[in-house]
Design a binder for this molecule. Structure first.
Ligand code: GAR
Length: 211
């Protein structure tokens, strides 16, 4: 069993999708072993506790330097024997040190079709506001490996979602979550845990499922 840590900052609906997938036996070879929150008041923590998953709160501001924060995060993940780190709405920047320590073992869910509406400053509702400002007719979500380029790592899965004429950022966010994020993230985690994801020349290839 691979041990999975989910890093969260807010509502934790993507964490909930992982909890539900695990309960339904859909994350075959993986186990949700730890939830780390960047905020003590994140609702995601209630979801983790209700599911019996150990929780830790690590607030960047409580550390005087980036190095001390990195050290605390890395030692926590190692102490818990974590194999895969999932960023599920985690709003603290992950430094190069952590990324190198868990190379190709950190995945992130982003609420757009990368490379649209991504990179620095594009998070949460801001992504959907930008999509509506541009007037795109289709948006979606992406699950990708995390490297040192913000939202620039190898893409694992993507799913398109229609934008409707009377959408607000909130209605669009909800549709993207429901139709794309909550499906893609458990699927990507399951593929990773069953060893079906191969990285070749910076691109992801997914081994065919046997029919
Ligand atoms: C999700 O829409 C996720 O894709 C987004 O934050 C939301 C968290 O919701 N992440 C980013 O924008 C990262 N750049 P949740 O806490 O309910 O899962």
């Amino acid at each position: 069993m691979l041990k999975i840590a989910v890093l969260v900052s807010g509502g934790g609906t993507n964490l909930q999708a992982l909890i539900d997938a695990q309960a339904a036996g859909k994350i075959g070879n993986g186990e949700l072993a730890l939830v780390v929150s960047s905020r003590a008041d994140a609702y995601a923590l209630q979801r983790a506790k209700a599911a019996g998953i150990p929780v830790e709160v690590l607030v960047r501001r409580s550390f005087s330097t980036q190095e001390q924060y990195d050290e605390a995060l890395i030692s926590l993940l190692k102490r818990c024997g974590i194999d895969l780190v999932v960023l599920a709405g985690f709003m603290t920047i992950i430094s190069g040190r952590v990324i190198r320590e868990f190379e190709n073992r950190i995945v992130n869910v982003h609420p757009s079709l990368i490379p649209s509406f991504c990179g620095e400053g594009f998070y949460g509702l801001k992504v959907h506001e930008a999509a509506l400002r541009k007037g795109v007719k289709v948006t979606g979500a992406t699950v990708h490996f995390v490297n040192e380029v913000c939202d620039g790592g190898p893409i694992i899965l993507q799913k398109a979602v229609e934008v409707l004429p009377d959408d607000t950022a909130e209605t669009l966010q909800h549709r993207v979550m429901e139709q794309a994020e909550w499906k893609l993230l458990p699927k990507a985690v399951s593929l990773f845990c069953s060893g079906k994801i191969k990285l070749i020349d910076g691109k992801v290839f997914i081994k065919e499922e046997k029919i």
